[in-house]
Design a protein around this ligand. Structure first.
Ligand SMILES: [Zn+2]
Length: 1262
């Protein structure tokens, strides 16, 4: 024989008996085997004996390097003799029993499975197949089945499936043979295609025959049969078979039998197996119906309740609860329409997109829907009939061995931009320069020459401008030009000295600007002159039109030249003018005093003020929505006050002027008067009026109580089991004209949210102390429920109230990971603790039984809403409390802060506040310019002043992300501060800041959109001047800067993230995107410096909340129209970022385990500034080219850093993405106990890729 000799490496003695026998067997392989059957039997029997009696023999055969397994398998393949085959099967059985699966792995890798199937098929064709052979074959197959990934496919292709099924059918009483056959069947069935095929051959009915009726014997057999059945029922066809065979009531009865008889809980696995079968059957609609018809809800509810005291039975409770939730009949939300209760008439409706869709249906909304319902047949958009988890019950199942993984991989990469052309920054200057010229007046600092202006006399700068701009915010009439050159000076050709100065100073001073900047500017004197003239023209206009809102008037003129006339109707303009007049009257009374008071005199005199209750706006005519009285009543602080009249309620206003230098209650009310809301709110919420002082104590994240979600779900299920306990009493409803509807019998809480940023739509008392709450949709939209802000009063002390927000939409929430709601108690405020505090217990977030209409899900059917639930024990009688998703920060608050900011101005600070434009809803969009005054008006100093690099910041494009405003507040206060750092920062840069890109959304309590019903952060590529004015003009500013070669050094848009912890950034990098997407790119495509990493890296070093690990620099397709990507691509800003701050807390650094409060958020805003200063320090001593090296120094070397720590591409959030998975794996998964992992992405029960994709769009928060 020329075959390699039986190898005997690894120190196995060559005289080993078993190896010698194997060599002998090897030599006989082939013809000799047939000729000498007796000899083969003898040799195999000897080997078997050795292996049975000496442990070392088995080790020798299976030792590494030994070819023993090959020899054995070759013999098995070659022999026809049943006895020899049996001998070899026994040998294998002995060998594979030990070795913890490694030996089985060797067996599989040598092709053993295929040989077994071959023998199985061959011998099944015998007239009377040997039972012993069948038994041994199945035993072996059962042993190796789980080790062979292709086991199912091999079985099907070889035809083994039916052999096994028939064997079971023919030997129903032969439990010795039955067990291995069922074990093999269980492995077969794990493959979906096999399951279908087996089902056709009667395997489902066969399994039911084995498990029914209840007999407490041969339980191991029963267990395996249940497992096999459970696997078979994963196929929808088989599930349907089970329903048609009326097995659902049988399974339920059987489960009850086991539940009652298994009193010592020894047969948990059988009980669980039965539930798994029910769970899989109820994946289909018919199955759920059968379950309900068989009274499944009550049976599982009762049995689970009985199991509750025994902790070890948790797996049963959890599966039961999963089944019940799935089968819970889908309810409709108790709303007439899911469209926002308020409607805003748009100047025009976009041709495509979500708004167009919404408008193509009959308009809903409070004012019109009743009329429309009469005119048109009511269109039910709350739920569509076909929505009940419609699924194709027919199997579309293919051989899916690897498909799942591939799919996952694909969907993960789907969103990454793979078009290299789109990845490379393409500066497109967009509008022609003639149009962009209108933005020149927002950049006075770039042409300021300070001649005729005594910089050292600080009076000039601090008095005049501040008084102007203080009033400007509420009156909105003057375009503020605080540092004003006398008008005749403006006529002088001030650019000429400036240009010569640039030429002089740039080389010596080493101002860090791209050298290219100087050349074009100096060669374009003509166009600059032209601009100059235009500026004069504008100034004149301003002179003539006093008290008229100049920016908007101007916008109009510029727009009209573009044929965008009619953006404001005459009536609107008149109304605005009128309200301005009214405002200015009241403001004149207040403002001057305010302006003096701040800073100089310190806190105002201890002030007890008489406030009308409810806190309504006086002085201007206000139209109350719905006409009902406020429900605030006079509960607070004044016994026996007249409820209706509201006069005489006395509130002690907490004196917060020391702690909150930017806050003043009276000023706030003044600001509210100038704020335009669609519902025309006339009330002011107390927290906004009093202000919020950061509590002293730290606020740790809430530790999740074991079983809390299960408990809540059971309470929900009880609604179905005990319907008579349910009150269903509407206590607040925006959709009816007399809202609020409460009659004060003391049995119900009172709700209200008709104030700025409020958005409660409806409150239903379901039980005595439990309320279902519904949030209003964003205006002109039918979804985006997440943000909430509402008022509660009329509570009892010592009672636990449960609140459920039942129309949440996100598939997961930080409320599952320690986040608490925020509450503000007016009683506490009056007692000197005016603060929002994290509170609430039993908090969780889970999928509920309210169906979501496909109209609101972008066409996806069968979706549900989610419930965010929390419980609350109020500590004060007669309190008025407010609940919010996050620290509210209203538009009026911003105006107040900006107004107060003026008082922080010193003679060294250059602060200018302009109104960039009007929002769609008629609110001003503020624009701030902050830098340092030049040291003198000498050429050098003025030149340094003008040539400072620009930093462009914006925030609050998403109204629900109030944390972005708090971070912005920190930035603004730092920039206006007196610290040396702040001074250096002002000297280093010119800051351009749009602190609130979406005032309308903020005012009207939207979560994500503007009045146009669109996400403004998806409009940057092509903003519409009428529908998206704030974006259109902010982009205009940036385009103007790009045109004059002054594109900002850093652009950053502040956001909030609802599903991740910490603070982090998204940036844009071609390289990192290419790496993530596997697209082919030449090395020249990848020329990119690492400048974009410097700022986040610095932040991670100085800001404890900031996490570099969460940053991502990958460009996604779904983000191509966000500020970050557009500013990067079109404006050419390499350092273009979204900064995301968590709405929850931190899981690293100094704040690990704590909520982020306003103090931490404001601190973050200040640290962002400090980081910019560090960035600057790197640039001061080095020219631009060196800067890059330096930046890379702090982050390591080019190649090393990038290759060692490329940021991960995070499509989904850190937290598990799907709730069903959370509650069952987190609280007690019987199989693999996984801790509530914050990093592992868990997949849902019906792992649904569509879900994944659709969510990713909106979940990724920028
Ligand atoms: Zn956002």
């Amino acid at each position: 024989m020329n075959k390699p000799k039986m190898s005997t490496e690894k120190g196995v003695p060559s005289n080993s008996r078993v190896l010698m026998l194997l060599s002998q067997l090897e030599r006989m392989n082939g013809d000799a085997m047939e000729k000498n059957v007796a000899m083969t039997r003898q040799v195999t029997a000897k080997i078997l004996h050795l292996i049975q009696t000496q442990e070392k023999s088995g080790k020798e055969v299976m030792s590494k390097g030994s070819s023993g397994m090959e020899v054995i398998l070759a013999s098995l393949e070659n022999t026809q003799d049943v006895q020899t085959i049996l001998n070899i099967l026994y040998i294998l059985s002995e060998l594979l029993t030990v070795g913890r699966g490694r030996r089985a792995g060797v067996f599989v890798s040598k092709g053993g499975t295929g040989i077994l199937f071959h023998i199985l098929i061959t011998s099944s064709k015998e007239l009377v197949p040997s039972e012993e052979l069948m038994l041994q074959l199945h035993s072996l197959l059962a042993k190796v089945g789980s080790k062979d990934r292709k086991f199912g496919v091999k079985a099907r292709l070889s035809g083994a499936l039916n052999v096994t099924v028939n064997l079971i059918k023919q030997n129903p009483q032969n439990s010795k043979l039955l067990l291995p056959c069922l074990q093999v069947l269980r492995v077969y069935s794990a493959n979906l295609v096999n399951a279908i095929s087996l089902g056709k051959n009667g395997a489902v009915e066969l399994m039911f025959k084995i498990i029914v009726p209840y007999i407490k014997k041969s339980t191991s057999l029963l267990k395996v049969a249940l497992d096999a059945l459970g696997a078979l029922l994963k196929s929808k066809t088989n599930a349907r078979r089970a329903v048609d065979g009326e097995y659902v009531p049988i399974l339920l009865a059987l489960y009850l039998d086991w539940h009652r008889n298994d009193t010592r809980h020894r047969h948990m696995l059988i009980r669980k197996g039965l539930l798994v079968c029910l769970r899989n059957i109820t994946n289909i609609k018919l199955g759920r119906k059968a379950f309900i018809d068989a009274d499944g809800m009550r049976i599982l509810y009762n049995s689970s309740t009985e199991c509750l005291p025994v902790r070890t039975l948790d797996p049963l409770i959890n599966i039961s609860s999963l089944i019940m939730r799935k089968c819970f009949p889908k309810n409709r939300l108790p709303l007439p329409t899911i469209k926002s209760a308020f409607h805003y008439q748009l100047p025009h409706v976009p041709a495509v997109g979500p708004v167009a869709q919404l408008y193509s249906q009959p308009p809903g909304g409070r004012k019109t829907h009743q009329l429309c319902n009469k005119l048109l047949k009511k269109v039910d958009d709350v739920v569509d009939e076909s929505d009940d988890n419609e699924e194709a019950d027919a199997d579309t199942e293919n051989d899916t061995d690897n498909e799942e993984e591939e799919k996952e991989q694909r969907s993960l990469n789907d969103d990454i931009e793979t078009d290299l052309n789109k990845l490379h920054p393409k500066k497109s200057l967009g509008r022609p320069f003639e149009e962009l010229r209108v933005y020149e007046r927002f950049f006075l600092e770039l042409s300021e020459d300070f001649q005729g202006y005594n910089i050292d006399s600080s009076k000039t700068s601090s008095t005049t401008p501040s008084s102007v701009s203080l009033s400007s915010w509420s009156a909105s009439t003057q375009s503020t030009q605080p540092i004003i050159v006398p008008r005749d000076q403006a006529l002088s050709p001030k650019h000429v000295p400036a240009l010569s100065c640039q030429a002089d100073c740039s080389p010596t001073k080493g101002i860090s600007m791209q050298p290219s900047l100087f050349a074009p500017t100096s060669t374009l004197p003509a166009s600059l002159n032209y601009l100059e003239l235009d500026a004069i023209h504008l100034t004149k206009e301003q002179d003539h039109k006093e008290n008229v809102h100049i920016p908007s008037a101007d916008t109009q003129t510029s727009l009209s030249s573009l044929n965008f006339t009619g953006s404001f109707s005459q009536e609107q303009v008149k109304e605005q003018e009128l309200s301005h007049v009214l405002e200015s009257v009241s403001i004149e009374e207040q403002m001057p005093r305010e302006a003096r008071e701040v800073k100089q005199e310190g806190p105002s005199v201890n002030s007890t003020r008489h406030i009308q209750s409810p806190l309504l706006l006086g002085g201007i005519t206000t139209r109350r929505v719905g006409g009902g009285g406020s429900n605030w009543g006079s509960d607070c602080g004044s016994e026996g006050a007249d409820d209706e009249g509201g006069e005489g309620a006395v509130l002690e206003v907490p004196d917060t002027s020391l702690l909150l230098p930017l806050h003043n209650p009276d000023l706030y009310v003044e600001m509210v008067k100038g704020t335009h809301s669609v519902p025309q709110y006339a009330e002011v919420a107390y927290p906004d009026y009093f202000g919020h002082v950061t509590p002293k104590c730290r606020e740790p994240l809430l530790e999740r109580v074991y079983g809390v979600q299960r408990l809540k779900i059971f309470q929900d299920i009880e609604r179905l089991i005990h319907p008579n306990d349910i009150l269903d009493k509407v206590v607040y409803d925006l959709d009816i004209p007399s809202c609020p509807v409460i009659e004060g019998n003391g049995e119900s809480l009172k709700f209200n949210s008709q104030f700025e940023s409020g958005n409660l739509r409806k409150a239903v008392q379901v039980r005595k102390y439990e309320y279902d709450l519904l949030l209003n949709s964003d205006i002109n939209s039918n979804h985006h429920h997440q943000w909430f802000y509402f008022e509660v009063s009329g509570m009892r002390v010592g009672t636990t109230y449960r609140f459920n927000i039942i129309n949440s939409e996100k598939s997961n929430s930080q409320f599952n990971y320690g986040m608490q709601v925020l509450m503000y108690s007016v009683q506490e405020a009056i007692s000197g603790r005016p603060c929002w505090a994290r509170t609430g217990t039993d908090i969780c977030y889970y999928k509920n039984h309210f169906a979501r209409s496909s109209i609101a899900t972008g066409g996806q059917k069968g979706k549900s809403y989610y419930t965010m639930t929390f419980s609350m024990n109020f500590s004060h009688k007669d309190d008025v409390c407010y609940f919010a998703y996050h620290y509210p920060y209203t538009y009026s608050t911003l105006k107040m802060h900006l107004s107060k900011l003026e008082a922080l101005r010193t003679s060294q600070i250059y602060l200018r506040q302009d109104v960039l434009c009007k929002s769609l809803g008629g609110n001003d969009c503020p624009l701030l310019t902050i830098t340092a005054m030049p040291d003198s008006n000498s050429n050098d100093h003025v030149c340094q002043f003008r040539n400072r690099p620009l930093i462009f910041l914006s925030a609050r494009v998403h109204p629900g992300e109030t944390n972005a405003s708090w971070v912005m507040k920190g930035t603004l206060e730092f920039l206006m501060g007196i610290s040396p750092l702040a001074a250096s920062l002002r000297e280093a840069y010119i800051f351009k800041i749009v602190p609130m890109l979406n005032p309308d959304g903020v005012v009207n309590g939207n979560h994500r959109c503007s009045l146009s019903g669109e996400d403004l952060n998806r409009q940057w590529q092509n903003p519409n001047p009428e529908l998206h004015p704030t974006i259109y003009h902010t982009k205009g500013l940036l385009q103007y800067l790009a045109h004059i070669q002054r594109a900002p050094l850093v652009f950053c848009d502040y956001h909030g993230h609802s599903r991740k912890k910490n603070v982090f950034m998204y940036g844009c990098s071609v390289k990192e995107t290419v790496w993530q997407s596997d697209i082919k790119a030449t090395s020249s495509d990848l020329q990119e410096d690492l400048g974009y990493r410097a700022l986040p890296k610095i932040l991670s070093q100085i800001a404890p909340a900031f996490s570099m690990a969460s940053c991502s620099f990958v460009v996604e397709r779904s983000k191509e129209s966000t500020a970050r990507v557009v500013v990067w691509r079109e404006i050419g800003v390499q350092r273009s970022y979204t900064m995301e701050s968590t709405l929850c807390g931190c899981d690293q650094g100094k704040y690990k385990g704590l909520h982020m409060g306003t103090r931490e958020l404001e601190e973050m805003g200040a640290q962002f500034c400090v980081a910019l200063l560090r960035l600057k320090r790197l640039t001061v001593l080095h020219n631009h080219q060196h800067l890059l090296d330096l930046e890379s120094d702090i982050i390591g070397t080019h190649t090393k850093v990038v290759s060692s720590s490329p940021t991960t591409y995070v499509m989904e959030e850190d937290e598990p993405s799907f709730l069903e998975a959370i509650d069952y794996s987190a609280e007690s998964n019987d199989e693999d106990v996984e801790p509530e992992s914050e990093h592992g992405v868990e997949v849902s029960e019906n792992s649904n890729h569509q879900d994944h994709q659709s969510d990713s769009e909106t979940n990724h928060r920028d």
